[in-house]
Each structure stands twice: as structure tokens, then as C-alpha cells.
Design a protein around this ligand. Structure first.
Ligand SMILES: Nc1ncnc2c1ncn2[C@@H]1O[C@H](COP(=O)(O)OP(=O)(O)OP(=O)(O)O)[C@@H](O)[C@H]1O
Ligand SMILES: [Mg+2]
Length: 383
């Protein structure tokens, strides 16, 4: 049975043209020229893909998109927004409304055909791999300062997620990308390439081109460690557009944002389903974490999306106990990862996450538990 595409456009000529192009590719076509009609046909015809014009008289494309996403009967149908608008804000609004991809008019028939094919293939493989699994989300790791174990937690959380569902691991700090080194992907540079582009150039194909596969199955968007890249300016709009797309390519996305509540980091945390602050078991570190938590709450980030995890890197008798740590934080604690210096070293040498390198180790159990608890929180915050 051919796959069915619903095309929504108030311009009848445009409808015919696109319809014809896609018919030649072997797709079955349904058409609608008002928002209301689009909505009704999406429910009645159950298309495999919807191509949606943005500017229409009765209801704009964003509104239609939101309604489709809000209805259980239509929420899983891939949507490509198709419009003459080229402004970044429109593109971001499209993704925010739930679109999977974005095409600007006029489009070359070959481009339209290849986008359609890519989205169809992706939605089939997503159905196959996730089997209707509950939605995942964006989980962000931030250190209260450098060297506390942020990258280690991000890498291992991604590895734990990947054992269940497809996961993408990203690093957003050009010039400081130690993540690639921990995973023995020293030359991968995908994220720096993407983050320095204007937001309107970010699309699913561009992102897929930059993903590097790790032998564990995690797909990685690392930054390099080239020092001269440290000065690269990352446009927060680009980051927003980027993560909207990354989220459509995997069930889970784990991001290492490094240190500091920069405007970019604040934006990413606001857009995350869960955030983990990584701290040492010391009073100064916990006090810094408390201030960051307060600041984030002032910025409107709900408390149930904020978490703290201690990484106790050095074997030592003198550390702030759990209960006292929670008192200092004025927040409950998600996890405590105990010292495992040899294991952390060996896993990094091998280019593998700790939880895969030595699954039976105590630290692996603790890291897996952290990941599991995070998944529960992602799902309950989403529900
Ligand atoms: N549980 C642990 N026990 C002992 N050492 C650890 C543990 N977890 C991580 N490490 C080690 O601590 C060091 C710092 O870890 P990591 O690079 O993950 O921290 P970071 O906060 O991301 O640092 P940076 O600020 O440089 O990005 C690394 O050498 C890592 O192998
Ligand atoms: Mg790091």
C-alpha cells in the first residue's frame, strides 16, 4: 500500500504542483485548503505525513500543528512545515508547535522529495525501535565548577539510556570538548560545526550529517578541544533550533553544558526536561549549587526539573553527609556517586563509559541508578 501524504495549502496551484511531484514519487495524496479541512482529513485519512503551509486564512499552520500534536489520533504523524517565510522566529515557532522539519518556498522538487523520504524513513525506524515507548526528553548536566565529574555523568547517563532506547549525547562547548576524548572520538567535531551556523541553516539533515556513532550505539555530537574554538560565539537561537531537531532524532538527548549559568546555558536548562547539577561533597560546592538552584527557580524553572548529584572523586572520610548536604542545598539529592578513580581512568583509556566498561562495579550500579531515577523524573514531569 502506498504511503499517504496530506498536503495543506490555501493556494490551489501550489497544492496541485506539490501533489503532482509527490504522486510521481509513488505516494498517495490527500489535499486540504483550509485549516479546518486539514484537521478533519488528518483524522479521517490517517496520513503517514502532513505537509503544512504556514499562512492560511482561517487558522495558521502553527495552530493546526499544535492541534494535531494535542490530539491522540494525530499526535504521532510527522509534519513538515512548508512556507514562504524565512525568518528564524518562524522556524523556531514551527518547531515549538511540534513540526518535524521545515521547508521554505520555493523548493526544488528534488529537495522536497528527499526531505519527505528522510522523514518517512525516520518515522518508520522510530516506530520500529521505540515501539511506542513513552516519550523521552532532554536531560542536561551542569557542573557547579570545573572538573567535578559533569562529563563523566553525562556520558554514563547516555550509555545507560542507550541500553533501553536510542540516545544522542551532545557537548555544547566549542574548544573544551573533552567528551570526545572520553569516548575515543578525538577528531569528531560535529557540534562546533552546527552551533556556529545561523539558526535558519539548522535542519534534520545538517544534524544527521554531524552525528558520530560510538561503538556502544550512542550517537554523539561532540565539540573539539581546539583551543582557538573557545572564543566561538554560540547563538542561543541556533541552540534552541538545534535541540528541537535533535529531540526528533532519538528518544533521549543528554547534554553536557559544562560550567556557569551563561545566557546559553540558562536557555538550555529552561528547555530541558530535567537538569542535573553536579557537585563535590564539600560545603563550598554545595553552597554554590544552592545559589544556582535559587537563581534557576527565579528564572521560572520548576523545582521538580532540577536535581543535584554528588560525585565524590577522592576516597576520603571527611565529606558532608547526605542529610546535611540536603540541608545546605535546601533541595533533595538525586544521587551520590562514590570514588572510583582507577575505574574512571581505565574506562577513559578504553574510550568507553564506566557503566559499559565494568557493569558490575559499585560506581556502575550508582550511575545506572541515577539514570533510571532521571528517566522516572523525565516521564513524570512530562505527564
Ligand atoms: N566517581 C569518580 N571517582 C573518581 N574519579 C572520577 C569519578 N568520576 C569522574 N572522575 C574523574 O574525574 C575527572 C574529572 O571528570 P570530568 O571530566 O567528568 O569532570 P568535568 O566536570 O566534566 O570536568 P571539566 O570541567 O574539565 O569539563 C576525570 O579524570 C574523571 O575520570
Ligand atoms: Mg567536562
Amino acid at each position: 500500500m502506498p504511503e499517504k501524504i496530506l498536503i495543506v495549502d490555501d493556494d490551489v496551484d501550489s497544492l496541485k504542483l506539490i501533489g503532482l511531484m509527490l504522486q510521481r514519487q509513488g505516494y498517495e495524496i490527500a489535499a486540504a485548503n483550509t485549516g479546518m479541512q486539514a484537521f478533519n482529513k488528518a483524522i479521517a485519512e490517517r496520513p503517514n505525513l502532513i505537509i503544512l503551509d504556514v499562512m492560511m486564512p482561517d487558522m495558521d499552520g502553527y495552530e493546526i500543528c499544535r492541534r494535531l500534536r494535542g490530539n491522540p489520533a494525530t499526535q504521532g504523524i510527522p509534519i513538515i512545515m512548508f512556507t514562504a517565510k524565512t525568518l528564524i522566529d518562524d522556524k523556531v515557532a514551527g518547531f515549538e508547535a511540534g513540526a518535524d522539519d521545515y521547508l521554505t518556498k520555493p523548493t526544488h522538487p528534488a529537495e522536497l522529495a528527499s526531505r519527505v523520504k528522510a522523514i518517512m524513513a525516520r518515522s518508520v525506524s522510530q516506530r520500529r525501535t521505540s515501539g511506542g515507548a513513552p516519550a523521552g526528553g532532554l536531560v542536561t548536566f551542569m557542573g557547579v565548577k570545573g572538573g567535578v565529574g559533569t562529563t563523566t555523568l553525562a556520558v554514563n547517563t547516555a550509555a545507560a539510556f542507550q541500553q533501553k532506547e536510542p540516545t544522542i549525547l551532545a557537548d555544547v562547548r566549542p574548544g573544551q570538548g573533552s567528551m570526545g576524548l572520553y569516548l575515543n572520538l578525538p577528531r569528531a567535531n560535529g557540534m562546533a560545526n552546527l552551533l556556529t551556523r545561523p539558526a535558519q541553516e539548522i535542519n534534520a539533515r545538517a544534524v544527521e550529517n554531524e552525528l558520530t556513532a560510538h561503538p556502544s550505539g550512542i550517537r554523539v555530537l561532540p565539540c573539539t578541544i581546539r583551543p582557538r574554538e573557545m572564543g566561538l560565539m554560540v547563538n542561543p537561537d541556533t541552540a534552541t533550533a538545534l535541540f528541537k531537531i535533535v529531540k526528533t532524532l532519538a528518544q533521549h538527548v543528554v547534554v553536557d553544558i559544562g560550567v556557569g549559568l551563561t545566557p546559553l546555558n540558562a536557555r538550555l536548562i529552561k528547555e530541558s526536561d530535567q537538569t542535573v547539577l553536579v557537585v563535590e561533597p564539600t560545603r563550598p560546592s554545595l553552597t554554590m549549587a544552592r545559589e544556582i538552584l535559587r537563581e534557576l527557580e527565579t528564572m521560572g524553572v520548576p523545582r521538580n526539573r532540577l536535581n543535584v548529584s554528588i560525585v565524590s572523586r577522592a576516597p576520603s572520610q571527611v565529606q558532608v553527609p547526605w542529610q546535611e548536604a540536603e540541608q545546605i542545598l535546601a533541595h533533595d539529592m538525586l544521587a551520590l556517586i562514590g570514588p572510583a578513580p582507577e575505574l574512571a581512568f581505565q574506562a577513559a583509556e578504553a574510550g568507553f563509559p564506566i557503566v559499559l566498561f565494568q557493569p558490575a562495579a559499585v560506581a556502575s550500579t550508582q550511575l545506572n541508578k541515577l539514570a533510571e531515577e532521571l528517566l522516572v523524573r523525565v516521564r513524570s514531569a512530562a505527564g
